[in-house]
Write a protein that binds this ligand. Structure first.
Ligand SMILES: Cc1cc2nc3c(=O)[nH]c(=O)nc-3n(C[C@H](O)[C@H](O)[C@H](O)COP(=O)(O)OP(=O)(O)OC[C@H]3O[C@@H](n4cnc5c(N)ncnc54)[C@H](O)[C@@H]3O)c2cc1C
Ligand code: FES
Length: 263
């Protein structure tokens, strides 16, 4: 994947405002990282408290990056994210960013982006950069329910074709993202597909696309420990052997992933 591996530790990154609610359970963070260099698909590793509980940082994809400011969409998933959402105040924040590899950006192609839930976050920054490269973008925003969808207008303005699917049918197509992708493939040829979402979604789309020629990249959100290649907490089985997702990923060629290792 794109080899822009970042290890930039910022001395004084600043959270610009309290986390802002953008949909049910989802919040936006704006952070000045004093660095205008990142690539779609890279992530930030945030320390939760000044003490050792919780000990390890939490990884979050970069949702957007303008000048020195990165934006992150955080879903309340447990203790650490709940603390960020409810306790973080404007001011200094302990964050390492950008980290990991990003997506490869194609040019003048017909591309499909499929995001599930908070997995749509890295695909926004990706869509923005793909648009600049004159790609025709079909965007599928999949969600459990309408109330979890965030920034619908911002996503749709970037896409030549914008679709929503929800598990419960409260917005867009009712059903799973994989079914929508199959329908899209029935009528259109894509040069490249980019996917990020829960494992069952990525796995099912991956199994479908594997039967086609189309190349595709996935951004994995498996369990990360250190986030910088030291602990092997993030390993993924691939056709190229066991790989640490935090430094070789989180973005991978979807064809090399052994999805069974990510159950
Ligand atoms: C590369 C990457 C990018 C991600 N991007 C986003 C994003 O943009 N927005 C977002 O909301 N979430 C994102 N996540 C998931 C996010 O890191 C977890 O939801 C978060 O770490 C949970 O922390 P917690 O303390 O609230 O949860 P916990 O209470 O500790 O656990 C709740 C759940 O979160 C999982 N989890 C806990 N710690 C980690 C960890 N260090 N790495 C991965 N999963 C963990 C646990 O397995 C469990 O399923 C990303 C994960 C990865 C690996
Ligand atoms: S999270 Fe520690 S090596 Fe990847």
């Amino acid at each position: 994947m794109n080899n822009k591996t970042g290890t930039n530790k910022k001395i004084n990154p600043v959270l610009l405002e309290k986390p802002v609610k953008v949909s049910k359970d989802h919040y936006l963070l704006k952070i000045d990282i004093e660095n205008d260099n990142s690539h779609p698909g890279q992530f930030a590793n945030i320390r939760i408290t000044n003490n050792s509980d919780p000990l390890i940082r939490r990884p979050f994809s970069i949702f957007d990056h303008n000048k020195n400011i990165i934006e992150i969409v955080i879903k309340n998933a447990g203790r650490g994210t709940d603390f960020i959402i409810n306790q973080f105040q404007p001011g200094n924040i302990d964050i390492i960013a950008p980290l990991g590899s990003g997506f490869n950006l194609c040019e003048n192609k017909n591309v499909l982006l499929a995001g599930g839930g908070v997995g749509n976050a890295p695909l926004y920054y990706l869509a923005k950069e793909l648009k600049k490269k004159n790609n025709s973008i079909t965007y599928l925003f999949a969600s459990r329910s309408a109330e979890y969808i965030y920034f619908q207008d911002q996503y749709s303005v970037l896409a030549d074709k914008f679709l929503i699917s929800t598990d419960d049918g409260t917005s867009g197509f009712k059903g799973l993202a994989g079914n929508v992708v199959e329908q899209l493939f029935a009528t259109e040829k894509y040069d490249k597909v980019y996917i990020c979402g829960p494992f069952p979604m990525m796995r099912s789309i991956s199994e479908f696309i594997k039967t086609h020629e189309t190349s595709y990249e996935v951004s994995l959100e498996n369990y990360f420990g250190c986030g910088i290649g030291l602990c092997s907490g993030c390993t993924v089985e691939t056709t190229e052997g066991t790989i640490r997702a935090c430094i070789k990923g989180p973005v991978f060629d979807g064809r090399i992933i052994n999805w069974d290792s990510l159950k």
